[in-house]
Design a binder for this molecule. Structure first.
Ligand code: 5AD
Ligand code: SF4
Length: 437
């Protein structure tokens, strides 16, 4: 039996893409192994959204040199966002000459072909397509996250936020046909999956400019599928978040009252320079519309500090907005300069010390808000989807519809079941409790 090992960097979309890579490898007769040294093929599914994600991948690929020298028959493949940057594939080949296959984000469907080709030639296989990838409905993912399942609805992005590399490495936005998405959701629910998350860089612009269903219509259709399951989606761009979507969330109990709405900054000047196409006030209005229809909606966000030109006064506006909205969670990032983006050319790049000070202040604020929200859970009973087992804690875990994680004593039979958990303790973002019979 041949074995594969996949190393994934970056976001949920990459995690799901790795499930597709696993699907292709399974079809070729490979089985998964936890140990890299036992693998006949190692695939790095890379990310380049920030410099540290890129460096992380370089470090790991570098560490494989020794193993490859000892195991000449081992195949090493590098794919994902990193390879798709201009000139990166050649650079990777020069730096890591022992890598066998380098493929771009638009070339995943051809992975099988590359592996078969590499088995008959000594030369490295490099294939980076410039034009946007086609939507391939034929890859059967090897899903690894039961009871959760991810479904891509769009690929690529048209927004060109000035800091972001995604539109350059993932190409223009293209949407899958709603019938394909709905059929995939039906099959997953029939197979026993309990949580479906629709994925896209900007799900709100799904099928824009075509006569297919709009995003709210698509959500509604999926929510009407029979069976008990939760429906989530990410990511939403505030400029495209509509009242119709808020209504659909309110009217369909299967759609979780939980929205990820990246704000990025609370300063209008910074938002403009980021090319986000909304002001802080526009954002707050969207939040108000959402809360009007879904008062208990949990809101999470992404925030960048240290964008070029961001002053202390700009940063204070971000702090004010965070205080006002009271996010249930926030992913906070220090701006990372990405070659080829508009922001990389901007003057007034903010120094490291200032960035560190701002991110620390922001993280402290977000943590405080999260702790206050978590504390309110104590004594309440919440419905949790039992998703996993934590070996270290010897506890089962899952989330409520708002995305809040809870740990509890249980058994394997509970995996994939909805359980009522009475919360007895809150610790930072995590909750602890006991199952109620
Ligand atoms: N630097 C820092 N954060 C970034 N993000 C995207 N590009 C960058 C960058 N160059 C963040 C944004 C986005 C999230 C997925 O990553 O906040 O919403
Ligand atoms: Fe990047 Fe903006 Fe597109 Fe999100 S919407 S992927 S931040 S360009």
């Amino acid at each position: 039996m041949k074995h594969y090992h996949i190393v994934t960097y970056g976001c949920q979309m990459n995690v799901h893409e790795s499930e597709k890579i696993a699907g292709i490898l399974s079809e070729l007769g490979y089985e998964s192994t936890e140990r890299m040294e036992d693998a006949d093929i190692v695939v790095f599914n890379t990310c380049c959204i920030r410099e540290n994600a890129e460096n992380h991948a370089y470090g790991n690929i570098g560490m494989l040199k020794k193993l490859k020298a000892a195991r000449k028959d081992m195949l090493i493949a590098v794919g994902g966002c990193l390879t798709q940057q201009k000139g990166k594939a050649e650079e990777l080949h020069k730096k890591f000459s022992y890598v066998d296959i380098i493929f771009g984000t638009h070339n995943l469907v051809k992975l099988k072909e590359y592996i078969l080709k590499k088995q008959t030639q000594k030369k490295v296989v490099i294939d980076i397509e410039e034009k946007d990838g086609e939507i391939c409905e034929d890859i059967e993912p090897f899903r690894t996250s039961y009871p959760n399942a991810w479904i891509n609805i769009t690929y690529g992005c048209n927004n060109f936020c000035s800091y972001c590399i995604v539109p350059y490495v993932r190409g223009r936005e293209r949407s899958r046909r709603s019938s394909d998405v709905i059929n995939e959701a039906k099959a997953l629910i029939d197979a026993g999956y309990k949580e479906i998350t629709l994925l896209g860089q900007n799900v709100n612009s799904y099928a824009n400019g075509s006569d297919d269903l709009s995003f709210p219509q698509l959500l509604k259709e999926i929510a009407e599928i029979k069976g008990k399951f939760r429906l989530r989606f990410m990511t939403s761009h505030p400029k495209d978040f509509s009242e119709e979507l808020a209504e659909v969330i309110a009217e369909n109990p299967k759609i979780c009252n939980c929205v990820h709405l990246p704000v990025q900054s609370g300063s209008d000047a910074v938002l403009k320079a980021m090319n986000r196409k909304y002001t802080a006030e526009d954002y707050l209005k969207k939040v108000e519309i959402l809360k009007k229809h879904v008062p208990d909606c949990a809101l999470s966000t992404d925030i960048i500090v240290g964008f070029p030109g961001e002053t202390d006064a700009d940063f204070e506006k971000t702090v004010e907005l965070v205080k006002k909205v009271n996010f249930s969670s926030a992913f906070t990032f220090v701006y990372s300069k990405r070659t080829g983006t508009a922001a990389a050319e901007m003057p007034d790049q903010v120094d490291e010390v200032t960035c560190k000070r701002r991110i620390t202040e922001l993280i402290d604020l977000v943590n405080l808000q999260t702790r206050v929200q978590s504390a309110k859970y104590v004594g309440k009973t919440v419905e949790i989807l039992c998703e996993d087992y934590d070996v270290k804690k010897d506890l089962y875990l899952g989330r409520d519809e708002y995305g809040r994680m809870a740990y509890f004593k249980g058994n394997r039979d509970l995996l994939g079941e909805f359980v009522n958990v009475k919360i007895t303790e809150a610790n930072g973002i995590s909750l602890y409790g006991d199952i109620e019979e």
